[in-house]
Structure formats: C-alpha cells, structure tokens
Design a protein around this ligand. Structure first.
Ligand SMILES: [Ca+2]
Ligand SMILES: [Ca+2]
Ligand SMILES: [Zn+2]
Length: 406
C-alpha cells in the first residue's frame, strides 16, 4: 500500500521482511515505530517517486557481517554516486526495481528479541520521537531512533570511498575532504554556512557519520551514538541532506538556508558539454547533480550545447568505455550490440534526442568524430567541425543524433 505524507506530499511504502517468529507479537509495534520514523523525516523532506522502506531480518552479503547482531543501512549505490533512494528522491526513478530502496538490515541471529551490538533494544509502545521519552535501561538503543539513522544512510550518508575503494565515489564522498589534521570533514556549502565550519567526520568507525566530538545535541548521524537517548533530527542533518541533493522543505527553529548557488547556470532540459583537459575526454550531461559532482574534479563545463527535445523520438544511450571515455548512441541496435561487449559498460539513458530519421526542421545535428587514439568527440559547433574535418587526427563518422536548438 502506498502512503502519502500530508506535510510534504511525499509517497512511501513500508514492509517488514523475514520477521523472526519470536517477534511476531511485536511486529505491529515495530512497524508502527518504523512508520513514525518515516513520517517524522517526511515532515522535513519532499521526495519524488515512491520510497520503498523495509525492516529486513537477513544476512547482508554486501557488508559481509561478522560482528555482534546489529543494524545496517539497506540500500545500494549507483555509478552516478547516488544511492538508489537518493536518486529516486531527486529524479523520481526507481532504478533498483522491486527491491526495497532503503531501511535497515537486522542481523537474524537475534531470534526472538531486537538486539543491537549485543544489547536488547527498546521498542517504544508509543512510537514517540519526543527526546524526553525515557527509553528504559536496555542499553541497545531505541529502535525508532536507529531505524531513522539507517534511513539517512539510504538517503545519501554513504561513503564508498572509505569502504569500497575509490573507484566508486558517492555524492557524500564528493562533499568531504581530508584536512591537514588527518581528519575528514563534510564540506557541503549549506552545512558549512549553518555550522560555521566544515563538520568533522568520525575518525574511527565509519566516515559517513559525524564525529562523536560534536556537541551532544547532534545525535542522529553521530558515530557511536548516545544509546540511552532518542535521536532527533536537527538542522545539521537536514542541511547535510540538502547538500546531498535532497529537497529539504522545512527546517527547525525558523532557520532558512542562505541562497547558495553552486551552479546557477544550470537550466533544466539543457544538455551541457564538459571537457577534461588532463584526459582530453568529453561528456554530455543534462543532470545537474552529475554536473555538480564532476565540475571541479578536472572537468570544465563548456556550457549548454542544445536542449533535450520535449517531443523526442529516441533515448540516447550512454556507455563508459574501458579506455575511460564515454560513448553515446541513439541507435537501439548498436546499443544492444555494445551491451554484449565487455569493453563497454552501459550507464543508462543519458537524455532524449531526435533520431537521425526525419529530424524536425531547425534541430541541431550532433556530429560524431573518432580520433586516432580511439576516443570520440561529439560536436554541435560548425566552427569546431570545420577544424576537426581539416585535422588528420579526427575522422568524421557522420550525424549521430539531433538536439533541440536553444
Ligand atoms: Ca521506489
Ligand atoms: Ca525499488
Ligand atoms: Zn550509521
């Protein structure tokens, strides 16, 4: 059943999966607490699509769990560096299909009680988020708080740079820097504006938390949380989520973020060409998040090349080549052939274009060039094309697709 959050209009589902028999009597209360956590977060965030939340008892191969019974964030990361839930929240597309988008894994060795790091957890009979609610002597923390914590990971507090090497760099990782003191800091502009400085991240444990040295009012995304308390949303988490691309529509205490514009040149529906001077590669993007991520990472935004047509006739498919460059095609047969080729990794639909068959009058041809070194360049500029045509470094491969003129 799809639910809607009155405050923001966001939609969601919630499932319990693999609930141990010993917890069947408590499962309604567990669901009620998880639901309250979603509604609580949903008062502040407006997301697109339908976020599918889960409380799932199972082993999670991704994290190859070895420690105490405990909780772990449910989700996964796309090549773009966004989590599934983050992508769906921003773009409204559910890219992991039937799988749940975010939530909590619970190690199943807790057969008939909820444990976190060996301690029994509190399941609040009132499903309250009030920070003054006593949570008993359990020591394992409050289930509602821990679930809320895990779903913030699903929404983008997720470092793969620390845990899975640097080949996959998340939007979160892009918002962090290691300073001379050896510590990592979150440097998102909204967060820095609010906090007054970059926010120190956990030095031990997992870097997608802020450090336990922050003032104790900051609890929800703290590493080594204060387990005898309810963890509450503060503006710090909300501004970190805003820096991660989420649409935060409400803040606490009347706070209103400064109008910080990183890329005010971006226009929805325009396709930008970006250039990497150190590798000589080019990329087309109509995705403000992607442009934001790669600009400054050696990529220069050359500006809008054309618009993605509103009445497009085909998808444009993007591949990553083993050589490091991108390859684009609007030809479905070529797309299917390259999908079988191990030196091409399919990245998905880049945006929509006009196919080469009967392009409308006034549309802009995109001409494909192949260099002697095997990389491709797509050009919409007649001046650039005449230079490329005159060069013996480049071979004109013809019109690849058409864009809408701006
Ligand atoms: Ca979904
Ligand atoms: Ca899904
Ligand atoms: Zn965590």
């Amino acid at each position: 059943m799809t639910n809607s959050i009155t405050a923001t209009g966001s939609s969601y589902t919630l499932a319990l999966a693999g609930t141990p028999p010993g917890l069947s009597e408590q499962s309604n209360l567990i669901r009620e607490n998880a639901n309250k956590a979603i509604l609580y977060l949903g008062e502040y965030l407006r997301w697109e699509g339908v976020l599918d939340f889960v409380v799932r008892w199972d082993n999670n191969n991704r994290f190859s769990w070895t420690g105490n019974p405990g909780f772990y964030a449910y989700g996964g990361v796309l090549d773009s560096g966004l989590t599934f839930a983050q992508h769906e929240s921003i773009f409204g597309e559910d890219l992991n299909g039937e799988d749940y988008d975010l939530g909590a894994w619970i190690n199943p060795s807790s057969a008939d009680d909820l444990y976190n790091y060996g301690q029994s957890m509190f399941i609040d009979p009132n499903a309250s988020v009030d920070p003054d609610t006593p949570i008993g002597e359990t020591g394992g923390g409050d289930f509602l708080s821990v679930f809320l914590h895990e779903i913030t990971h699903g929404l983008g507090f997720w470092s793969t740079q620390q845990h899975e090497g640097i080949s996959l760099v998340t939007k979160f990782d892009q918002s962090t820097d290691q300073y001379n003191d050896g510590n990592w800091y979150f440097t998102g502009p909204y967060t820095v504006e609010y906090f007054g400085s970059p926010v120190m991240l956990a030095a031990t444990g997992s870097r997608d938390h802020y450090s336990h040295t922050l003032p104790i009012m900051y609890n929800l995304n703290r590493e080594y949380g204060l387990y005898n308390e309810k963890w509450n949303i503060t503006n710090l988490e909300l501004l970190m989520l805003k820096d991660l691309g989420l649409n935060v529509v409400n803040f606490l205490d009347g706070y209103s973020p400064e109008n910080i514009t990183n890329d005010n040149s971006f226009t929805e529906g325009y396709v930008y060409r970006l250039r990497n001077d150190s590798t000589g590669k080019f990329i087309f993007s109509s995705n403000s998040i992607e442009i934001d991520i790669i600009t400054g990472q050696g990529w220069v935004n050359e500006g809008a090349a054309y618009a993605s047509p509103s009445s497009a006739t085909t998808d444009l498919y993007r591949f990553m080549m083993a050589s490091g460059g991108h390859f684009y095609t609007s030809n479905i047969e070529e797309k299917n052939i390259l999908s079988q080729d191990s030196s091409f990794t399919y990245e998905g639909v880049a945006y929509q274009v006009y196919s080469t068959a009967e392009p409308p009058q006034g549309s802009i041809p995109v001409v494909r060039y192949l260099s002697n070194s095997g990389s491709h360049l797509y050009s919409t500029s007649e001046l650039e094309q005449s230079n490329l045509n005159a060069s013996d470094q480049w071979k004109n491969e013809g019109i690849a697709w058409y864009g809408e003129s701006i």
